[in-house]
Design a protein around this ligand. Sequence first.
Ligand code: BG6
Length: 510
Amino acid sequence: MNNPFQEELVARSSAEPCSVVIFGATGDLTHRKLIPALYNLEIDGELPPGVKIIGFARREKSDEVFREGLEELNKDVSRSGHDPEVWADFEKEVYYHQSEFQDVDGYKRLAERLDEIDRERGGKGNRLFYIASAPEFFDDILLNLKEAGLNQASEGFWSRVIVEKPFGTDLPSAQHLNKVVSGTFEEKDTYRIDHYLGKETAQNIMVLRFANAIFEPLWNKQSIEQIQITCAEPLGMEGGRGGYYDKSGALRDMVQNHLLQLLSLVAMEPPTDLSADGVRDEKVKVIRSLRQWNTPELVAENVVRAQYTAGHINGKQVVGYREEDRVNPESQTESYVSLRCFVDTWRWSGVPFYVRMGKRLPKKATEISIHFKETPSVLFNALPGGVPGGNVLVLRIQPDEGISLRMNSKLPGTSLRMEPVKMDFRYATSFGKSSPEAYERLLLDAMAGDATLFARRDEVEEAWKFIDQIEKAWHQSSDPPAMAEYVAGSWGPVESDEMLATEENLWRRL
Ligand code: BG6
């Protein structure tokens, strides 16, 4: 039976025309992700008419020079290629606004410019501020937006803010940033971005779990042995990234946000409805239920940190982490981390969730694997080879997005022997079109006022609470757990395999 409330929710979320102001407009994120996302929305006919894009940054440049720079990169990175005609139309609504982030006058001039663009180019008075600058400017930008009155929309319009990651570097800094944000914008107008939530397959986790009758009855400790979440990247510290990364590390860069978000989507209870708060209420409960690793001993037992040493990636020689550009040669920052987590709820009591993230691993792959318990070994255990293992459901987040289910099957022939087989669903072949980039979906959602795929204040803070205790054991205890090593191009340190071996488990081979 149709639920009229759900219909109303679907009907509500259409993107509205607005001026998108991007702070940090000359940065990598703007060039590689945000502009290509807006351009692809235009190509797909999804960008609402009347969207204006205003780049805000410190360097002096004209609208024309700004547009040319964006076009050059768009040619290389746009998901659906680059069509000069579409671009020519698109760039007519792209502008550049020069100002220091600390200079309140620059924001007052911005306010005037936005009004002028509205008057002369048919803008609609809605404002979407995207803070994509370096994090040290987040406070200044928010405070100056308020000072210039840009946080308040005129009657009948809205003013919203998207805040990029990192959302703080620990709990106190995240709380501070939350205080500044909430002193400027209401929570309903605040969109803390976690681009993993915009990935098609991450969104599909809820659909798979709650729109199919066969999974949910098995989605608990009775049937599931363990769950693994892996995010592997061959990338190292290219493009000067070492400066940022060495202050962050794998745990803060990826686990606090992306991987804990994936974990909460897998482990959450069914929400009461699909509203942003309905979903986020359930996700935050998962983070709150994580067993705390709050002593150096618990951290040593349940968390492995490591750095890569020199090795080979795709046949190319690469240096070790400590030799990377802008990385401290005595760095104590991890380029790899793996954790054993427990979600202490009735549903998940005792089920290990293994989470790992590493730079300079052999390939780019993010996936979640659900390992089901084996059947009682009473029927087939006498056969040669026995039963080849339990069922494994794999959710491939990227690349090659899809879902596969490993099952045991009889090998054709006169004797009874078994082999695992795979049922595979691939987005690309089943739907015949490529998935939109995460930023496309998230920008549209923010224009539509739908915060479901953005992190709420309490989620961010709860995740930091969990992470901070591990960081404390590593960096502030008198006897910190050791830093392991792995060769670049390998699947991580042996200590990580040993952590799983204590429960007779193995990392899934990707
Ligand atoms: C970012 C991290 O948030 O996500 C990077 O800061 C990481 O270190 C990137 O490489 C991975 O994103 P994706 O979408 O390529 O998996």
